[in-house]
Design a protein around this ligand. Structure first.
Ligand code: PDD
Length: 276
């Protein structure tokens, strides 16, 4: 495969990452995942802006402008001949003799991006099972950081229980999924955690909120409890990978008789219309 490595389009085998890269040693970096539908980046402005914001938050300077980066990604997609998939990119603080403190100014950040095929399943996403687990992450979850231990341990717990996703909570308040945002529908209103430091403000979440607005589905960005979620009419989760997908079972408790609810279904249709 091909990669963008520090701005150059090269083959994967030509990439050299230092063992003292701070991404490798400290998880000192940020990342993004953008979906590609029909050869086109989906919601690229929002994703790239978030990459710049995440980088700024941890004081890494992105070595390109947003426009330059977008052009490079587009060239990569063409080179790979990719129609449906994702592009993964990450930026680390670079390689330097191991020391927790930042390296000196002349150490350059290290950027990589590559694509992966991912078929487009259309809007028909059947409901999945989820489990509840403690949100044990740090308090800057709004940064799309490479530090994902709290997320991967939760996801693994879900997978080992035969579930697709782990729904995280802090003291009984639902925050988000291990790699997704979670929303509930109560009496026709969509409720989702506010975009503060306790969640990643997902791009799919934002697209969904715009679709609610455009189609007269009331929204409240307010935290909800586990009890609220288990009593909700519908539960759904969103991400670049799963788009809009219903959750129909949580810790074995069945939601909406195990069926995709009407509002979730509508949102899936609206989301498909955004893509096509
Ligand atoms: N994860 N919350 C968390 C913790 C996430 O990791 C993600 C995405 C989301 C949804 O964000 P978006 O809609 O912008 O994809 C929410 C990506 C896809 C990943 O880690 O692979």
């Amino acid at each position: 495969g091909n990669l963008i490595f520090n701005g150059e389009l090269i083959t994967r085998s030509a990439v050299k990452i230092d063992v003292e890269d701070r991404g490798y040693q400290f998880g000192d970096g940020v990342y993004e995942v953008i979906r590609i539908y029909n050869g086109q980046l989906f919601a690229s402005e929002m994703h790239l802006k978030r990459l710049f914001e995440s980088a700024k938050f941890i004081r890494i300077k992105v070595p390109f402008t947003l426009e330059e980066l977008k052009a490079k990604l587009e060239a990569l997609i063409v080179k790979d001949g990719l129609t449906f998939g994702i592009v993964y990119m990450q930026l680390t603080r670079g390689a330097s003799s191991r020391n927790h403190a930042f390296p000196t100014e002349e150490v350059e950040p290290v950027f990589i991006a590559y694509t992966k095929e991912m078929p487009y399943a259309g809007e028909v996403k059947p409901g999945v099972k989820a489990l509840l687990t403690d949100d044990m992450r740090w308090l800057r979850c709004n940064i799309k950081s490479l530090n994902l231990l709290g997320n991967i341990l939760a996801k693994q717990e879900a997978v080992e229980a035969g579930c697709a996703e782990a729904v995280l909570h802090r003291d009984g308040i639902v925050t988000e999924g291990s790699s997704s945002n979670v929303s509930i529908i109560v009496d026709g209103t969509l409720k989702t955690h506010p975009a503060n430091n306790l969640i990643l403000n997902g791009i799919t979440r934002r697209v969904m909120l715009q679709l609610c607005q455009a189609n007269g589905i009331p929204v409240v960005e307010e935290a909800f409890s586990i009890a609220d979620m288990l009593a909700a009419d519908e539960v759904l989760y969103t991400s670049t990978g799963v788009e809009v997908t219903p959750i129909v079972s949580i810790d074995g408790k069945i939601i909406n008789d195990g069926q995709t609810g009407p509002i979730t279904r509508q949102l899936q249709v609206y989301f498909r219309e955004e893509i096509e």
